[in-house]
Design a protein around this ligand. Structure first.
Ligand code: 5GP
Length: 209
């Protein structure tokens, strides 16, 4: 029955998605998240909200004290400093959803991703590449949410981040949006079928002889 199948559900997958700012990962993830087997982990940050950003939806906006307090009490699964601000993944939400069998998406930068890789070796790490550094700059200007200075800071950070893609499991270029969405869906779908994630399924089939 469905109930039995549900009981046999393996733990959810922890999916890390990284990309330099302006790679369009937000647009790709919005599409992936239409499937409600996925949960998006809302990060904590000390940076100021951008126009239109909502507390608790885009980020949990915090003061440095609030952030440090949570981190010091083991409340963060990972955290990192990025462009003068702190960003971190609140632990509780992620662990609850994984144990419910939901796949949880962390949209985090490379330092945090490496912490996740070390502490959760089963996590799936995906890096989204821009077609080029120039294209990245063009997209950031088009988005228009940052000052010229911040844009240049982020662009100059991008090369170092892209070099870190070597440490991820999968990577693809976000050139054509539809293709990129298909790529990410295919990666997740294939990963879900890997044997290490299907131990319960095999047992279930045997038990249902
Ligand atoms: P932004 O300020 O553009 O929203 O995010 C800046 C960078 O911080 C992005 O690369 C984003 O993926 C990353 N980031 C967002 N949340 C987290 C988090 O919880 N942990 C880490 N390590 N990075 C994060």
């Amino acid at each position: 029955s469905m109930r039995r199948m549900k009981m046999a559900t393996d733990r959810g997958m922890l999916i890390v998605v990284s990309a330099p700012a302006g790679c369009g990962k937000g647009t790709i993830l919005a599409e992936i998240l239409k499937d409600d087997n996925f949960c998006y982990s809302v990060s904590a940050t000390t940076r100021q909200p951008r126009p239109g950003e909502v507390d608790g939806v885009n980020y949990h906006f915090m003061t440095v004290d609030e952030f440090k307090n949570l981190a010091d009490n083991d409340g963060m699964l990972e955290y990192a400093q990025f462009c003068d601000n702190y960003y971190g993944t609140p632990r509780k939400f992620v662990e609850e959803k994984l144990s419910e069998g939901k796949d949880v998406i962390l949209e985090i930068e490379v330092q945090g991703a490496m912490i996740v890789k070390k502490n959760f070796p089963e996590a799936l790490l995906v890096f989204i590449l821009p077609p080029s550094i120039n294209e990245l700059r063009r997209r950031l200007h088009k988005r228009g949410t940052e000052t010229e200075e911040v844009i240049e800071k982020r662009v100059s950070k991008a090369s170092g981040e892209i070099e870190m893609a070597e440490n991820y499991d999968y990577t693809f270029i976000n050139g054509e949006l539809e293709t990129a969405i298909d790529d990410l869906k295919a990666i997740i779908r294939a990963e879900r079928c890997t044997l290490k994630r299907q131990k319960n399924t095999i047992r279930e089939v045997l038990n249902n002889a």
